[in-house]
Design a protein around this ligand. Sequence first.
Ligand code: ATR
Length: 292
Amino acid sequence: MNINGKTAVYGIIGKPIEHTMSPAIHNHLSQALGIDSVYVPFRTDGNLEDTVRGLYSLGVQGINVTVPYKTEIIKELGGVDTLAGAVGAVNTLKYTENGFYGYNTDVMGLERELDSEGISLQGRHVVILGAGGAARAAAFMCILKSPATLTIVNRTKAKAEEIRTSLLAYAKENNIGAGEKDIRTMEPSDINSLPESGYIAFQCTNVGLYPDVDSCIINNDSFFEKTETGIDLIYKPETTLFMKKVANAGGKAYNGLKMLVYQAVCAYEIWNGISVPRNVAEDVQRLLAGKQ
Ligand code: ATR
């Protein structure tokens, strides 16, 4: 790495930040593509307004935002992309003349993962497990893909209802053909009552995340028999219990590593105005798999 006076600086803010894989991804991309930029972690503890102002005045060209600031950051920005605004979370900031502009590349990254795996949601029955920030991003990505039904399953049903209400409002505003009866909510204990089969399920809770590797949000075999594809947003461990249950019942299972890589690739593309070649993105995925 050859850092000089013209090297563009990028980074990530969050708390905690010590375990982030983003610097490894972004610095690998810059090296592979011959782009003069560097990406560093910023542990962010103080006032968020001061942090954003400081980063902006130093001319930091792009910032990723992680837990716990993805929602709180919005009020500090010069503008927000429509989809990120609807999701209510921003994970990528781009330096502009009018302040930082916010995007949600978690949504874009998940979409890119599905494309790269050849998974289409159109006309399918989709299940979202969880109703936190990750589930909300996944639900918005799904509703844009015209599924036949979308069912949000969460322990705290009120949070699932909240996402449903936001999705219906977004669908109405943007003329997306998702009606009241197409978006459902339920608690995990009621999952048996799902009437269809061939589900595409997104596991968006933190149940099963290392070191809690022997847990799974759903423990009902009949659900897994009805699930054709299971995408766990967790990438550590590499194979979660949810993924094992999907595979054991004959379905195809994916972990969250590709989503992680593609959310970074999408941010990199927004910042640099380029398209990252697929083989370079795949190299990054191999690099991360080795670091797990
Ligand atoms: P993230 O930003 O990663 O989505 P989050 O917003 O804290 O994290 O959401 C965590 C999700 O995992 C929620 O859906 C949570 O369910 P509740 O809304 O009922 O809290 C779910 N979750 C976490 N631990 C759980 C557990 N032991 N059993 C069931 N659901 C759990």
